[in-house]
Design a binder for this molecule. Structure first.
Ligand code: GLU
Length: 449
């Protein structure tokens, strides 16, 4: 019998060899594999069937050209992708990201993470991700629409309510999902369940926009409760100013905490009086402006151009990175520890580097990995699929209650699994093992497919 360490090492080396240069993907693999080793030590039957080897290989990767015409009539081209990583427990499910940084490595890391995140929700969804290196920044509404239509022209060949169900991510919100859905409907038929994150007027779910941010805060709330503590009076640092950040801020404030920061790609806001949420929503959601507009309208706010929010040297209890991958490296992690932060919970996907995670572990800071803590978004997407299949729309209270319940279950699963593996505070280990266990079990049962 091959031992687990050797077996996992062989798979990891093989991936490193085949996918050299895919740094984000390799980072996600390297973060996951130590947990997989611990799990497989207890479950050699999965080694015998090479389940981890099979799971590591994406089931399908689609790459396509997206031609579109800009406002001046120029012919433009971008690259489109969909990674259909794993469909053991349900149709592929995961967002679409439109951002100039998008490449195969980033989407593969996101799709890989999505497998375990979706598994942790307890809902029947597999893992996928897609997007384009298209930059929506500064584009007109018509340009966005034409791009979405062209993107869907190709993507429609590969998706469906029982095949693959995309949603939003960075650069893709209700407006883009609306255009994508319109085009899908024109090409195929009125399958509302082919996309989630739809506008409320056409089959969207209440609380979907809020879900990732609310869910993140619910996860931390349950952690605090278990430690006989709460958000009341806590100082919280948030990065980002998209819908994850905005609704995380909303929920923290509702639960009695004070959020003192937010950021965009040009700089960050430090607002010692606490973020003015109504103003932030006006700037970001209504006017689609930059954060400088927030600073101009708010006396207590200081704007730091060109700097990471995590360089701020102010006392805080909790940090919620809600911007993007690798925003916190080792140095910034050390700064957070010095600021007195006791809990880091990831609203973004993989915002902390491996070195940053090590810093938190050593400093005995609670580290809540994104695949668990930000699973609320995709969980409500799955609830949207249920509503679409039923042709019904549930009330906000019902969706919100279920979201809270799902986040509680995820938190408890992470903690109990970590405890079962002898390291109760290691929520990353708990998330990886619990997410993997379900997928492995189902893959085993479905045979060599
Ligand atoms: N993009 C989100 C995530 O990272 C949501 C995906 C979805 O709703 O399918 O989980």
């Amino acid at each position: 019998m091959t031992n687990a360490t050797e077996y996992v090492q062989r798979i990891q080396n093989n991936i490193h060899q085949k996918d050299t240069g895919q740094v984000e993907f390799l980072q996600a693999i390297d973060e996951f594999m130590p947990s997989a080793t611990q799990f497989l030590e207890k479950h050699p039957e999965y080694i015998k069937r090479n389940i981890l080897g099979l799971l590591s290989e994406p089931e399908r990767i689609i790459q396509f050209r997206v031609p579109w015409q800009d406002g001046e009539g120029n012919w433009q081209v971008n690259r489109g992708y969909r990674i259909q990583y794993n469909s053991a427990i349900g149709p592929y499910k995961g967002g679409l990201r439109f951002h100039p940084s998008v490449n195969l490595s980033i989407l593969k890391f996101l799709a890989f993470e999505q497998i375990f995140k979706n598994s942790l929700t307890g809902l029947p969804i597999g893992g996928g991700k897609g997007g384009s290196d298209f930059d929506p920044k500064g584009k007109s509404d018509d340009e966005i629409m034409r791009f979405c239509q062209s993107f869907m022209m190709e993507l429609s060949k590969h998706i469906g309510p029982s095949i693959d169900v995309p949603a939003g991510d960075i650069g893709v919100g209700a407006r883009e999902i609306g255009y994508l859905f319109g085009e899908y409907k024109r090409l195929k038929q009125y399958d509302a369940g082919v996309l989630t994150g739809k506008p409320l007027d056409f089959w969207g779910s209440k609380i979907r926009t809020e879900a990732t941010g609310y869910g993140l805060v619910y996860y931390v709330k349950h952690l605090l409760q278990a430690e006989k503590d709460s958000f009341e009076g806590k100082t919280v640092m948030v990065s980002g100013s998209g819908n994850v950040a905005i609704y995380a801020i909303e929920k923290v404030q509702e639960l009695g905490g004070k959020v003192i920061t937010c950021s965009d790609s040009s700089g960050f806001i430090y607002d010692p009086e606490g973020i003015d949420l109504a103003l932030l929503k006006e700037v970001k959601e209504e006017k689609r402006e930059r954060l400088t507009a927030y600073a101009e309208k708010r006396d207590s706010a200081v704007y730091h151009a060109g700097q990471s929010v995590w360089t701020l040297k102010e006392t805080a209890d909790i940090a919620l990175p809600c911007a993007t991958q690798n925003e916190i490296d080792e140095t910034l992690a050390n700064n957070l520890v010095e600021c007195g932060v006791k809990i880091i919970a990831e609203g973004a996907n993989m915002p902390c580097t491996l070195e940053a995670v090590n810093v938190f572990e050593k400093a005995n800071v609670w580290y809540c990995p994104g695949k668990a803590a930000n699973a609320g978004g995709v969980a409500v997407s799955a609830l949207e699929m249920s509503q679409n299949a039923q042709r019904l729309s549930w009330e906000s209270e019902q969706v919100d209650r279920q979201l809270d319940e799902i986040m509680k279950n995820i938190y408890q699963t992470c903690r109990q699994t970590a405890a079962a593996y002898g390291n109760e505070k290691n929520l990353l280990l708990g998330a990886n093992v619990a997410g993997f266990e379900k997928v492995a079990k189902v893959m085993y049962a479905q045979g060599l497919v």
